[in-house]
Design a protein around this ligand. Structure first.
Ligand code: ATR
Length: 288
């Protein structure tokens, strides 16, 4: 919505994270509020880790309607909320907060956002051998979703202990044998030989480090489906190299839009205008 329409009655939503300078969520949500004529506005808040608890108390104090939560707060925010919905509790991370009369409830729309983005590509993970790169907050939501949908998972992470902890949690929750490996070339080579799909949830290759990639190009193959949740750049080096080997690829933009759409619905109770949100996010990506 336009700043000149803001009044004393306007409901305030926003996003907390650090860094936050390059977020396209304000453009996406404000376009959606404007399109539906809702008296809502969405603003970015740069919040340092040491100020997280104060910022969450501020939601009540300032009567903020809802927030998105991004790097690095998705796990750390949980103890400061009054309630966590069941799915987010299982996943162990929250990316959306709703303030209902001073009661703060946490949700995870990354999982459904990832799932909707996969559905749009008509990908069914049942029985597929999938490598998840990374073991952070986003990886948790994706591992949970893929395990729930019947994929055979291997988690590969720089910090092997973190990969193991996530694999143990998901193995217990889904009674599966989820593998955990350290991120190195030898492990990648062995795992990719068998894999049908790779999902990158690490920040390797994210702007401004566009020249980096978590997987050397020579290990990629044409019969892979590669999903990189990075949306800036729209096509990461990993995706560009995968595409050149003939693999199917999908970038993180659709997941960003879908998680945003689900958050929008939680705050407003309205059906999100997804096409408007997509156009606004893509347009915002063109800004320097
Ligand atoms: P998010 O909430 O977006 O998932 P996060 O919890 O900070 O963010 O997780 C970031 C992920 O990227 C982690 O898996 C991290 O690996 P570690 O667990 O070893 O820290 C991974 N990551 C970040 N920088 C990396 C790098 N340079 N090389 C490999 N992995 C990296």
């Amino acid at each position: 919505m336009n700043a000149d329409k803001i009044s004393g009655k306007t409901a305030i939503c926003g996003i907390i994270g650090d860094p936050i300078e390059h977020t396209v969520s304000p453009a996406m949500h404000n376009a959606a509020f404007g399109h539906l004529g809702l008296d809502f506005v969405y603003v970015p808040f740069k919040v340092k880790s040491e100020d997280l608890e104060l910022a969450i108390r501020g939601i009540k104090a300032l009567n903020i309607r809802g927030l998105n939560v991004t790097i690095p707060h998705k796990v750390a925010v949980m103890p400061f909320l009054n309630e966590i919905d069941t799915l987010s509790e299982k996943i162990g991370s929250v990316n959306t907060i709703v303030n209902r009369d001073g009661e703060l409830k946490g949700y995870n729309t990354d999982a459904s956002g990832f799932w909707n983005a996969l559905q749009a590509e008509k990908i069914t993970p049942v029985g597929k051998k999938v490598i998840v790169l990374g073991a952070g907050g986003a990886a948790r939501a994706i591992v949970f979703m893929l395990a729930d949908k019947g994929a055979e998972l291997t988690i590969v992470n720089r910090n092997q202990l973190r990969a193991q902890a996530l694999a143990d949690m998901a193995s217990a929750a889904f009674r599966k044998n989820i593998k955990a490996l350290e991120l190195n070339q030898e492990n990648l080579k062995v795992a990719i030989k068998e894999a049908e799909m790779i999902v990158n949830t690490t920040s390797v290759g994210m702007s401004p480090d566009n020249e980096e990639t978590p997987v050397p190009a020579r290990l990629l193959k044409s019969d892979l489906f590669v999903f990189d949740i990075i949306y800036n750049p729209l096509e990461s080096r990993l995706l560009a190299e995968a595409r050149k080997t003939g693999a199917r690829t999908i970038g993180g933009m659709e997941m960003l839009i879908q998680q945003g759409a689900a958050a929008f619905e939680l705050w407003t109770g309205k059906k999100p205008p997804v096409n408007i949100m997509r156009d606004a996010a893509l347009k915002a990506m063109e800004q320097p």
